[in-house]
Design a protein around this ligand. Structure first.
Ligand code: SF4
Length: 454
């Protein structure tokens, strides 16, 4: 019989938390990195480069590692992707560059591009050297809203082009998803914050935390006071479960759980259930489930309404969950959540299938005992954050409409990352959005006409 106290802190022995949340992969040492780099064929027109959303010159940086120039390799990466260190930790490389690697097609084993990228960018970070500085001052000021990967990528590129940038963020700490929304074991030793500090130290960027769009200032204020505006707002709300009892105690948002865990200074104080159910099929679901298990939950089950192939989480991520003892059940949707005596007891599910292209119930049902449930069924952009601006930004599919340069329907406003239509909810895509927007803003400020779409 469960009770309200089944969600409690300190399930593991003191000291076990450090080991459970240690680095997912040990970093490559110099010898391992050279051996791995030697497998690269340095392909002409390399498919791995085309598969990288930020277009990193992968064969070049791998060749630099092979010749012992680790810091040069790091610079090659950071020139294209200023968040190269964090992307090396969180990118689903198995569905991007490593999937495209010709060694993968030939031998079923790609060059370990992600681990090599980490090796090179770690070398830069360990050196403590700043590779960039603000360009010759242009006198132009740009407002960036959101200190996540999109916003800071945009701010950094603008600063190197000589502009002055003010970055606003509603939270107390910058970093966005990298700092608040990614599993702890993917970014140990405070790496995300160290990377942000390094990016901000380029010069020319002023950070104003605790400043929220729509609350402390409006878009109209920014358009009046700055030469251009970039919106990297992220997503603000989690989708509803669509099941009876969605609002019961013990039903929580997975992103809030992950954030609490990332910001915790003592993991033994975090309450976790004995039997945890996670609803969803993306990386957030995997991050929440694996961390629940690592915190000491006895049973953790991910339930997804479709099959393994349709899950947003990659095969690697699904495997990671399984090896950590998480059970994944496919083809079911939650129908109702039950509680008694103020504590969550169980979740009932309807089995699903696809008929004529539509997801339908099969008529079968089952129940899972649960004392904690995490919703990981996607986040949504809340356009209300733009209210009070007296400006109407065009939306597309509930997010801000942008063109290929990340220009919005307003001539002096750009947007990127998850808040922009077409975003793929990936850090690396947000970084590229910020970079492309900065280049477009710079062209506009220099008086060039916008590029024509290809
Ligand atoms: Fe090297 Fe693979 Fe890229 Fe070819 S596709 S350049 S082998 S990493």
């Amino acid at each position: 019989m469960t009770s309200a106290s089944d969600i409690c802190a300190g399930r593991l022995a003191p000291g076990a938390y450090h080991e459970a949340f240690s680095d997912l992969h040990a970093a490559l040492d110099r010898h391992e990195a050279r051996v791995a780099a030697e497998r690269c064929l340095f392909c002409y027109d390399a498919p791995c480069v085309n598969a990288c959303p930020t277009g990193i010159d992968i064969p070049l940086f791998i060749r630099q590692i092979a010749t012992g120039n680790d810091q040069g390799a790091g610079k090659t990466i950071l020139d294209s992707n200023i968040f190269g260190g964090m992307c090396a930790r969180v990118c689903p490389t198995e569905t991007l560059c490593e999937e495209a690697c010709v060694r993968n097609a030939a031998e079923g084993k790609p060059v370990i591009i992600g681990e090599l990228q980490r090796h090179a960018t770690d070398a830069v970070m360990a050196s403590g050297r700043q590779l960039y500085r603000q360009g010759a001052r242009t006198g132009k000021r740009i407002a960036v809203v959101g200190a996540g990967p999109a916003g800071l990528s945009c701010a950094h590129r603008l600063a190197t082009l000589g502009h002055d940038v003010v970055v606003f963020d509603g939270r107390a700490k910058p970093g966005g998803l990298n700092e608040h929304g990614i599993a702890s074991y993917k970014s140990t030793n405070n790496f995300a914050q160290a990377e942000v500090d390094w990016i901000l130290s380029v010069g020319g960027i002023e950070l104003r935390c605790g400043q929220m769009l729509g609350h402390d200032f409006t878009l109209a204020d920014l358009r009046r006071d700055f030469d251009a505006v970039f919106l990297g707002l992220g997503l603000q709300a989690v989708n509803a479960l669509g099941a009876e009892g969605d609002d019961l105690n013990g039903v929580e948002d997975a992103v809030a759980f992950i954030e609490a865990l990332r910001q915790s200074t003592d993991l033994s104080t975090l309450p976790i259930g004995r039997r945890v159910v996670v609803i969803g099929g993306g990386m957030t679901a995997i991050d929440a489930a694996v961390q629940a298990k690592k915190l000491g939950a006895e049973e953790v089950t991910i339930v997804y309404r479709r099959g393994a192939e349709q899950m947003g989480a990659s095969g690697y991520e699904q495997e990671l969950a399984l090896v950590n003892g998480v059970v994944i059940r496919h083809w079911a949707r939650p129908v109702a959540v039950y509680a008694a005596d103020g504590a969550l007891r169980a979740v009932s599910f309807a089995a699903t299938t696809v008929e004529n292209g539509r997801l339908v119930d099969t008529g079968e049902t089952f129940e899972l005992p649960a004392d904690q449930l995490f919703r990981a069924i996607g986040q949504v952009f809340v356009p209300q954050v733009l209210e009070g601006s007296h400006d109407v930004l065009e939306l597309e599919g509930g997010r801000i409409a942008v063109d290929f340069e990340r220009r919005t329907s307003l001539p002096d406003v750009w947007a990127g990352g998850d808040c922009a239509a077409g975003g793929r909810d990936l850090t690396v895509v947000a970084v590229e959005d910020g970079k492309q927007a900065a280049l477009s803003i710079n062209r506009m400020l220099q008086g060039f006409v916008p590029l024509a779409a290809e």
